[in-house]
Design a protein around this ligand. Structure first.
Ligand SMILES: NC(=O)c1ccc[n+]([C@@H]2O[C@H](COP(=O)([O-])OP(=O)(O)OC[C@H]3O[C@@H](n4cnc5c(N)ncnc54)[C@H](OP(=O)(O)O)[C@@H]3O)[C@@H](O)[C@H]2O)c1
Length: 316
């Protein structure tokens, strides 16, 4: 694992444990920080540098949990060392970076995943089935929010040099979701952002055209209460989700078709990373083929992010 990251403490480590994996070594800029992270999280790991962690002979897979500006460098380094790689989202800062990482992944042996957990989750299979069965008719619009509050001004998300900002951090989710659901790429975007501390986009709203009358309308940001409410609107009904991205036991999926409404609580009582780590661990160990690889979808999402960035107007 690279980086003494919050996401690793909160999500990755518990999920890896329940998948039967363990952390061999924690790569860090600081041996002291790594030692205290190892102790605080009860790991049987040794501290090392990023390069040392990648080179460790017992390491089968590398989790890149670094700020966004470092994904490119360290994902490629790990791939070139012959390791499987789970890299945090967004995979790179630009289309060129993502394309470059995918080129490296295409010539090395380890599989590469971008850490979008939701396509591995049981809720995702349910959504796909409802859409495929035409319960809501043809899917026309995706309306999706991803807001939460980032209070600490020193958080990596408030730093433009680290490729922070709300679009990179959480706006990538609605874009990834809509691309996977429409099975299409965005054509046009109209977007507006409001800047916050560190000159990053604190909030972003966008209307994205996917062609054939299909649209994504999303809102994301880092300064209002956590809100991941999402509507998948079709010609004959809609699916309402309280959280398509990291569903927990209290989250719901509601199908509204005609005058009928049916609420389903179908989320297993486990965190969103668990199934992703189960599947990745199984494929790293060779017991099943890898699914949801970065090669399938990361370039499209990088292009979608770029489309939004190019179209945005800055509001005061
Ligand atoms: N998939 C998801 O659901 C999800 C959720 C949250 C976050 N994320 C992603 O995970 C990544 C990490 O996010 P996080 O919130 O966990 O970050 P974080 O707590 O700030 O951790 C990032 C780690 O990166 C290392 N680092 C290297 N250079 C740094 C720098 N200049 N400033 C700060 N830290 C630096 C640090 O570890 P050392 O000092 O030990 O080297 C630090 O602990 C981001 O890419 C984010 O988008 C994904």
């Amino acid at each position: 694992m690279l980086g003494s990251a919050n996401i690793a403490r909160a999500n990755f480590i518990p999920a890896l444990r329940s998948a039967g994996g363990n952390i061999v070594t924690l790569g860090s800029r600081s041996p002291e920080r790594a030692a205290s992270f190892i102790e605080a999280n009860g790991l049987a790991a040794k501290a090392s540098s990023y390069a040392g962690a990648i080179a460790h002979p017992l390491v089968e897979a590398v989790y890149v949990a670094l700020p966004n500006h470092l994904h490119d460098e360290w994902a490629k380094a790990a791939l070139r060392a012959g390791k499987a790689v789970l890299c945090e989202k967004p995979l790179g800062r630009t289309v060129e970076e993502v394309s470059d990482i995918l080129d490296v992944a295409g010539t090395t042996t380890g599989p590469l995943w971008e850490a979008f957990a939701f396509p591995f989750h049981a809720q995702w299979s349910a959504i796909l089935q409802i859409i495929q069965e035409q319960t809501i008719g043809e899917l026309r619009e995706v309306h999706s929010n991803f807001h939460f509050v980032v209070t600490d001004p020193n958080n990596i998300r408030w730093n433009s040099a680290l490729a922070g900002g709300s679009l990179n951090d959480v706006g990538c989710y609605p874009l990834h979701l809509a691309r996977l659901l429409f099975k299409a790429e965005p054509i046009h975007s109209k977007a507006a952002i409001v800047r916050g501390g560190g000159e990053v986009d604190a909030e972003c709203q966008a209307l994205i055209d996917f062609g054939s009358g299909r649209r994504l309308l999303f809102s994301c940001g880092m300064r209002r209460w956590r809100d991941t409410s999402t509507r998948l609107v079709g010609t004959a009904g809609e699916i309402r989700l309280t959280d398509p991205y990291h569903p927990g036991p209290a989250d719901t999926l509601t199908i509204i078709a005609g005058r009928q409404s049916a609420v389903r609580r179908l989320v297993p009582d486990e965190p969103s990373f668990t199934e992703m780590l189960r599947r990745i661990t199984a494929s790293v160990r060779g017991s099943e083929p890898p699914r949801h690889l970065a090669a399938e979808d990361s370039l499209g999402t990088a292009r979608a992010l770029e489309l939004v960035r190019r179209s945005w107007t800055v509001w005061r």
